[in-house]
Design a protein around this ligand. Structure first.
Ligand SMILES: [Zn+2]
Length: 334
């Protein structure tokens, strides 16, 4: 007789023949409402609602359309959102002055969102690229290269403006060195450090999977690309150093973006910083791929499998355009 059949340690299938036992074999991979964050695109026109052609079932909202949409999702359990402002008529200039002007859609919407949904965790993306005439995430110096010092100062100003307007979390997505410390210092100086946290896009790669998002945000750079500040896709070392930098500067939460092709970076980051909640941004390219992977049932099972794998790799929260669908799926299970 083959001795393999006599080795008890090689007999595995008795441990997962039943769905309850399978759950025990997948610790820390459950998907509950606090494990997902919903990104929303906010328009200047308060009554507008626009479909995003490259992303099925994703819309850009004016605040008067966003509030009823969120109400429905909060009923189903939604706990947190990440807001991106989109300007269509406000001026874009070299310093991104519309990022924190009184007319900025995020600045205007935050007090209303705060009042309407007191329990909702509201995170705001902080970057200059949607508001700069050149489309870069920082300010440019005379040579056309990013001017680091003035960029960091400006990014901290914008983060502070969102914090003052009611954001719970500010999330700098620019990838400039030292902006986390600048933001933290600004929060402390304004006595906001105990009610506003910083979610750093710490490991953000220069990915080709952001295409549909740039289409949504109308934020592609006019010249050049973002490879001088976003990480090269092959570099696990830079990702480790970027996370270390942001932890040292005081980030409350870390992020890996995109998600699925970068799960080794998720595991690496979680192993090094087990005490920092870790976010994944499931990006627009991932959304587009999964949306088109088959019929409705196949989309649902593929989606839930990818979320489980992200949790297995070490993610605590997944920022995903699929949040409405996920809430339906997990709501129907309970
Ligand atoms: Zn940017």
């Amino acid at each position: 007789m083959n001795s393999l059949f006599l080795s008890p340690e090689h007999v595995l299938q008795g441990g997962y023949f039943n769905s309850t036992l399978r759950k025990l074999q997948e610790p820390n991979t459950s998907i509950e409402p606090h494990n997902i964050m919903y990104p929303v695109f906010l328009l200047e026109n308060e009554e507008a609602m626009q479909a995003v052609s490259s992303m099925p079932n994703v819309f850009r909202y004016g605040i008067n359309k966003l509030i009823p949409a969120l109400s429905e999702l909060i009923e189903k359990g939604l706990k947190s959102i990440l807001i991106f402002g989109i300007v269509e008529t406000l001026p874009k200039d070299a310093s991104g002055s519309s990022a924190d002007s009184a007319e900025n859609p995020v600045i205007k919407a935050l007090p209303r969102l705060r009042e309407t949904f007191p329990e909702l965790v509201i995170a705001c993306d902080v970057c200059l690229c949607p508001y700069t005439s050149h489309g870069h995430c920082g300010l440019l110096g005379d040579t056309g290269a990013i001017d680091h010092a003035s960029s960091v100062t400006r990014i901290a100003e914008v983060a502070l403006a969102y914090a003052k307007a009611g954001a719970d979390i500010v999330a700098p997505s620019d990838m400039m060195d030292n902006r986390i410390k600048a933001i933290k210092d600004a929060l402390v100086a304004n006595k906001l450090q105990n009610r506003v946290s910083v979610l750093s896009y710490s490991c953000k790669f220069a990915s080709s999977m952001y295409g549909p998002f740039r289409d949504t945000m109308k934020s592609s750079p006019m010249a050049g690309d973002r490879k001088c500040y976003q990480l090269p896709p092959g570099s696990a070392g830079l990702a480790a150093r970027a996370a270390a930098r942001d932890v040292a500067e005081g980030a409350d939460f870390l992020m890996v973006k995109p998600g699925l092709p970068y799960l080794d970076i998720v595991r690496q980051t979680k192993d090094r910083y087990p005490h920092h909640p870790l976010f994944i941004y499931q990006v627009s390219g991932e959304y587009a791929m999964i949306s088109r992977c088959g019929d409705d049932a196949e989309v649902r099972t593929t989606l839930m499998e990818t979320l489980t794998c992200m949790r297995r790799a070490g993610a605590d929260c997944i920022i995903t355009y699929f949040a409405p669908l996920i809430l339906n799926i997990i709501g129907n299970k309970q």
